[in-house]
Design a protein around this ligand. Sequence first.
Ligand code: G
Ligand code: G
Ligand code: MN
Ligand code: NA
Length: 249
Amino acid sequence: NALELDLRRAIEMEELVVVYQPLVDASSCEMTGVEALVRWNRPGHGPISPETFIPVAETSGLIEALGLFVLRKACEAARQWPDLRVAVNVSPGQFRNPAFADYVRNVLNSTEIEAGRVTLEITEGYIIQNPERTRQSIERLKALGVKVALDDFGSGFSSIGYLRQFGFDRIKIDRSLTMNVLEDGRAREMLRATVALARSLDIPVTAEGIEIEEQGRALQNFGCDELQGYFYGKPMPEAEISKRLAVQN
Ligand code: G
Ligand code: G
Ligand code: MN
Ligand code: NA
C-alpha cells in the first residue's frame, strides 16, 4: 500500500528524523540521559506518529532497517554527549530476530560508543507471549554490555515477577499510571507499591509522562530516581540537547 511504499522510501532516503527527550535525575533535575524517538514528515501528508508507522514497519519487514537507522543515529549523536545515557526503543519485530544482538554489536563497534551508555527499551507486550525467548534475547544483549529497560510498565499485564527473572536494568512506569498520581488515590497507591517493589529488587525506576512539577515530586518521594516528561523537556532535535547541556554544565 501507499503508506508502506512511502515508508520504504523514507528509510532508504534517510527522511526519518530522530529527536531526543531529556531524562533527568529526580533529585537535581539535571539531564542525565536522553530517549531517542523517531519522527517522520511524510511528503504530501505532514507528520505521522510512530504509533501509526511503526506497526506498518512491523508487518512489512521494514522494522529491522528502521530500528537500525534509529539506533545508529542515536549512538552517533551520543558521541557528542559523553556524560549522557542514550535510550532507544526496540520493537518486538527487532527483538524477536535472533540476529538482533549482532546488529547491535555492529552499531556499537562502528560508532565506538561505550556499550554501558546505551539502554534498549522493550515494551511489556511481547515479553508475556514469549517469556523464554525474551530471557535469551535479553541475555545476549546484556552480554554486549548494553542495559535493558522494561518500557511502558503498568500499561498492560506484565508481572513484577518478570523484572527480576529477566534481569531488567531499569523499569519505566507508563504515563497512563503517572498522569493520575495527584488526583487518583488508587493510582497513587499502585505507583507507590510498584516503585517500592522494584526498589526492593534493586531495580531503578523512571517515571514517564511528567507534565507538572508536583507529579515529579510525588514520584520522587515514592522512590523514582529518574523522571521524564514534558515538564522536563519535550522530544527535541540533537542541537537543542547540546544547547541544554552547555547551559547545565
Ligand atoms: O514519540 P511518541 O510519543 O510519538 O511515540 C509514540 C510511540 O512510538 C511510543 O510508544 C514510542 O515508544 C514509539 N516509538 C517512538 N520512536 C520509536 C522508535 O524509534 N522505535 C520504536 N520501536 N518505537 C518508537
Ligand atoms: O512508549 P514510550 O514510553 O517510548 O513513549 C514515549 C512517547 O511519550 C514519546 O513519543 C513522547 O512524545 C511521549 N511523551 C513523553 N513525555 C510526555 C508527556 O509528558 N506527556 C505526553 N502526553 N506524552 C509524552
Ligand atoms: Mn520508550
Ligand atoms: Na512508555
